[in-house]
Design a protein around this ligand. Structure first.
Ligand code: BMA
Length: 869
């Protein structure tokens, strides 16, 4: 969000010599007086540090900054593709080595003429020593901090040498941990002593690549009297009528003196400016300018309104010089995490601009094991996919890294709310004083950087550290040790972090951990806080068990599937694809027994798939159908439950995992299902208490008049029972709009309940809001007929139309296109008996190619003939 006005020093130098060109020269002179940044992103080299070779001029290879050592080795063809087959295991040596990066750069007279020159690293991963012309200027130990070091006295005219030495991260962590003798008692892991993305050490969906590198931009910043250290729009009180804001400009001044601070913005189409003359003291100054905007255009989560952003520009003028300008954007909204005692315990709901929002979404993990190859287009694709699947929230999970500004800017633009974990994933954290200071600085850096993003609606302390407080190896520790650990935990996650949030971003709620009940007791009758429901998958219970609980807010629940064949082909050889238990398929499954769990659940509901590709397909249907049960139950349970965030949206490499979109951005069945089960108005037929009840769940803020049609049908399309009536759908609520006792269904001719289904459909003015099917028997007992799909393709200008029809009910119809990049308007959908569905397809293909590659199958096609039901 924050943008430093970056002046190219090159430009200053050239323009400065253009004397006599009138206003250009004057302008250039002006700019020379402004603060300037020299971005150090070209000309880097790296090498492995080998014993005794420190001084040698050998082994240097070109490097990319920002980047990391794995990507540099790959670019220099020193290692094979880390994601192919089982290459991960062959690349573990890299983390045991030390690496060195260097840059020779010219410091121009213009830079050296400035009073202050700072070397700024936006991120070093992680343990690193930095040298300028041989002098050590920094010893870094936290990937998530911004490091600013005054270096003027170390620079000289002409060529300078910047060196960054990364000791082996494993050895550096061991050395850092050695300073804390308590770790032996508390069994705290060495790796936690260096602040580094936890997933680099491997996760139950991710490979282990513990890397090193200058992973965020680095630059020299030159300034004289003052620089703007930070600029934030504090939202004291925001309503539809008026927004009372404070524009806070933080100024670092080299010396005391007067200055003019101004803030400009556009108010209802008209430019507005607030100016204040202040006397700065040497050091850190906070200047707070009150701003009032009448009838503000508020920022809303997706589905509730627009996402307008106001741009503000801060300027500091000292003497006759403009020292610096900084721009920021703000989305004006009020946000409350409402926690009130109610009949179920204590509520947990996000209220944005006065509207209680049911949070619909998924957890987000890092987009790659090597963050620097993630592009803005990648972020956009995944986040737009979330928006397109009717999500309004993601939880940005704590085992990775704080994302780039670009990522959060896209969330701002799309109205995707972010539950932002601080980056602490599962492991117990050290309790030393030095560690506490370190994480306080980290939290300050990150909250400052991200607080202007309206999308961030919750800061949360960590992922599952509180939950795991008594997990092995901590379960057997002596009580006094546990007591000390708990004190340290509370200091960190209910002391340091919330204090930083309260100081720097008090308008955004803080939550101590995910999951947590904020230390309240939980009983069968008293529910409070958020939950990770892993009874399904880790607990191996059936999907229907989701319906046993009425949680307040679910921040994780999930089930794995395999990615589609094309993705599997990208990391395998043909011999790896003979089954899901080959060594390479197992190398791309990181959860213990994960492939067996998928298989076990699959055969509870379906016959054994007939081949490898069918297995991949059925695994996706299994996952999607399972999560649908949870998601619809949670939505039906509003207002008791106010959030459904499933685990997980994306992948960091090609793998069998809980994701709904694979590493290559390909939607799995779950993502298509999510678009339906997260529809703004959901119709959800459900068999309970001896009845078929049809719920309608509405996220709309107004009553909607719609047509509800419910039909009991057999698989050949014979309608046994039908009801169709107009309903006024209550806003922001879940209610039953039709109730058929099951006896009514059997009386209507549903004698063989394994061959019938109920279709519920909600339309407004003929347009479908939601359509949903349910069955009267468990999945295993459903007796489908082979579908014999009829497919026709045609061309319509640049697009293709695919018309599919089936005489009988066809479940989870799946269109695939071999290696063609074809986008479809829908996939994994149900086709009613006799119905024709037209799918739009786009992509770089001819009609002939499309026809040759298109495969359309439905569930029964995945099983051997004798098992098709
Ligand atoms: C929870 C998450 C992740 C994990 C997932 C699946 O523990 O917070 O750590 O990947 O479940 O096991």
């Amino acid at each position: 969000m924050r943008k430093v006005i970056v002046l190219s020093l090159m430009y200053c130098a050239i323009a400065g010599t253009a004397a006599g060109t009138g206003s250009l020269a004057a302008k250039a002179q002006d700019k020379l007086l402004q603060n300037a940044a020299l971005v150090l992103d070209h000309g880097w080299e790296f090498r492995q540090v080998s014993a005794g070779a420190q001084e040698a001029e050998s082994g240097w290879l070109p490097a990319t900054v920002p980047g990391d050592v794995h990507l540099d080795l790959l670019a220099n063809k020193k290692i094979p593709d880390p994601f192919f087959r089982d290459n991960e295991a062959k690349l573990q040596w890299i983390e045991g080595e030390s690496w060195e990066y260097r840059l020779k750069f010219d410091a121009s007279t213009a830079v050296l003429a400035r009073t202050n020159v700072d070397l700024v690293f936006d991120g070093l991963d992680a343990a690193a020593q930095v040298y300028v012309n041989g002098d050590q200027v920094l010893n870094a130990d936290n990937m998530f901090r911004v490091w600013r070091v005054p270096v003027k006295s170390h620079l000289h005219e002409g060529q300078n040498l910047l060196r960054v030495v990364f000791p082996s991260p494993i050895k550096a962590a061991e050395a850092a941990a050695a300073g804390d003798s308590f770790r032996l008692k508390s069994k705290t892991q060495d790796k936690t002593y260096i602040r580094k993305a936890a997933y680099e050490y491997g996760w139950d969906w991710g490979p282990k690549f513990v890397t090193s590198g200058i992973w965020r931009p680095v630059r020299l910043e030159a300034w004289d009297k003052a620089r703007i250290a930070d600029f934030v729009i504090r939202q004291r009180d925001v309503s539809k009528e008026v927004a009372h804001l404070n524009a806070e400009v933080e100024v670092e001044a080299a010396s005391a003196g007067p200055a003019k601070v101004s803030v400009r913005y556009i108010d209802n189409g008209k430019p507005a400016e607030i100016v204040e003359t202040v006397s700065l003291h040497a050091g850190h100054n906070v200047i707070s300018l009150p701003v009032e905007i009448r009838q503000p255009k508020l920022w809303y989560p997706a589905g509730y309104g627009e996402q307008p952003l106001y741009e503000f520009t801060a300027e500091v003028i000292s003497g006759r010089q403009t020292a610096e300008q900084l721009k920021t954007k703000a989305g004006l909204r009020s946000i409350v995490l409402r926690r009130e005692l109610d009949k179920w315990g204590r509520s947990f709901e996000l209220v944005v601009n006065g509207i209680p929002i049911f949070a619909k979404g998924a957890d987000v993990i890092p987009f790659d094991s090597f963050p620097n190859r993630v592009t803005t287009a990648d972020y956009r694709h995944i986040l737009e996919s979330a928006r397109d699947a009717n999500m309004n929230m993601i939880r940005h999970w704590g085992g990775g890294y704080y994302e780039t500004d670009g990522f959060y800017s896209i969330c701002d633009e799309l109205g995707i709310m972010v539950w932002q974990d601080f980056m602490f994933g599962n492991e117990w954290q050290p309790g030393t004083y030095a560690f506490k200071l370190n994480i306080e600085s980290e939290a300050e850096d990150q909250v400052r950087r991200l607080r202007n993003h309206p999308s961030i609606v919750v800061w949360s302390g960590n992922n599952e550290t509180e939950l795991g407080r008594n997990w092995a190896p901590r379960d057997t520790l002596p009580l006094d040790v546990k007591g000390q650990m708990w004190e340290d935990y509370l200091t960190e996650f209910s002391g340091i972090l919330p204090r930083v949030v309260a100081r720097l971003d008090p308008e955004t709620p803080y939550w101590p951990s995910s999951p947590s009940a904020d230390y309240e007791p939980l009983t069968d009758t008293y529910q409070s806080g958020d939950i990770h429901d892993w009874t399904v998958w880790h607990g191996r219970v059936p999907f229907s068990d989701y319906e046993k609980h009425h949680w307040r807010f679910v921040t994780e629940y999930g089930f794995q599937s395999f990615p589609e064949l094309r993705t599997v082909e990208a990391f395998t050889e043909p011999e790896d694809r003979t089954g899901i238990f080959t060594p390479v398929m197992l190398a791309h499954q990181k959860n213990n027994e994960g492939n067996s769990i998928i298989h076990d659940y699959l055969i509870r509901d379906y016959p054994e798939p007939k081949d490898f590709e069918s297995f991949l397909y059925v695994s996706q249907v299994l996952q999607a159908e399972g999560i649908k049960i949870g998601a619809e139950h949670f939505r039906r349970s509003r207002p008791e439950t106010m959030g459904s965030i499933f685990w997980q949206l994306n992948d960091c490499w090609p793998v069998a995992s809980w994701s709904s979109i694979d590493y290559y951005g390909r939607w799995k069945a779950l993502q298509y299902y999510a678009r339906r089960f997260y529809a703004p108005i959901l119709v959800s037929p459900h068999v309970e208490d001896g009845s078929l009840k049809v719920y309608i769940v509405s996220d709309k803020t107004e009553t909607k008049t719609a047509m509800l049609k419910v039909r009991l049908m057999d698989f050949d399309g014979k309608v046994l029972l039908e009801d169709s009536h107009s309903v006024d759908v209550t806003p922001l609520a879940s209610k039953v709009y039709l109730n058929w006792p099951l006896k009514m269904l059997t009386d209507a001719g549903a004698a063989d309940t394994s061959r019938v289904f109920v279709e519920a459909e909600l339309t407004q003015g003929g347009t479908e809001d939601s359509r949903n099917l349910t069955y009267l028997v468990p999945v295993k007992q459903i007796k489908l007929e082979p579908a014999n799909l009829k497919v026709e393709t045609s061309q319509d200008k640049g697009n293709y139309k695919i018309r599919i029809t089936s005489p009988v009910l066809a479940r989870s119809v799946y269109l695939s296109f071999g290696n063609l990049d074809v986008k479809v308007s829908d996939n994994y959908f149900n086709l009613l008996p006799g119905e024709t569905i037209e799918i739009n397809a786009t992509g770089p293909t001819t009609l002939e190619q499309l026809r040759a590659n298109l495969q359309v199958r439905s569930l029964t096609d995945a099983f051997p003939i004798h098992d098709q039901r």
